[in-house]
Design a protein around this ligand. Structure first.
Ligand code: HEM
Length: 132
């Protein structure tokens, strides 16, 4: 029986090791992004310490940890950047590769990818679907 797997309230956040694991993942993720010549330019003027903090806070929420997010909403932060779908896909690949490299379980990665798909319209150019 695997009933306990479905009913035990252990979040993905706890399973992967909590805040320190998220911090490591975010650091590795931005190392990859900044080393990618297709993406580095977006971050040329960005203050990366705050950027890492905000992504770590957001990833924590996505993984079912505490919500302490203090950044802007995703559409406000990304719509001015005119990001094409190809770059959105590339960023998602870097995140998946990072989580895989760190040994994050496959079901957690699948759930993170599902959230990435949900926010695509807020992130990519012209996709702002704020239900006004
Ligand atoms: C795929 C899902 C994505 C998520 C969950 C995400 C998450 C975030 C978060 C939490 C922030 C901080 C907002 C703030 O500090 O107020 C941010 C900012 C930023 N993101 Fe993303 N992001 C995503 C995709 C992308 C992509 C595809 C690019 C570029 C190709 C990108 C480039 C940036 C840049 C340059 C900033 C800083 C904007 C500024 O400071 O004005 N992001 N993102």
């Amino acid at each position: 029986m695997t009933v306990t797997e479905d009913t035990t309230p252990v979040s993905h956040f706890e399973r992967i090791g909590g805040a320190s694991s998220v911090k490591t993942a975010v650091e590795l993720f931005y190392e990859r992004v900044l080393a990618d010549p297709e993406l580095a330019g977006y971050f040329a003027e960005v203050e990366m310490a705050g950027q890492r903090r905000h992504l770590a806070q957001m990833l924590t929420v996505v993984l079912g940890g505490p919500n302490e997010y203090t950044g802007r909403d995703l559409a406000t932060a990304h719509q001015p950047l005119n990001i094409p779908v190809a770059h959105y896909v590339r960023v998602g690949e870097h995140l998946t590769a990072t989580l895989t490299q760190l040994g994050v379980p496959g079901d957690v990665i699948t759930d993170v990818q599902a959230v990435l798909a949900q926010v695509q319209d807020q992130v990519v150019a012209g996709g702002d679907r704020a239900d006004a």
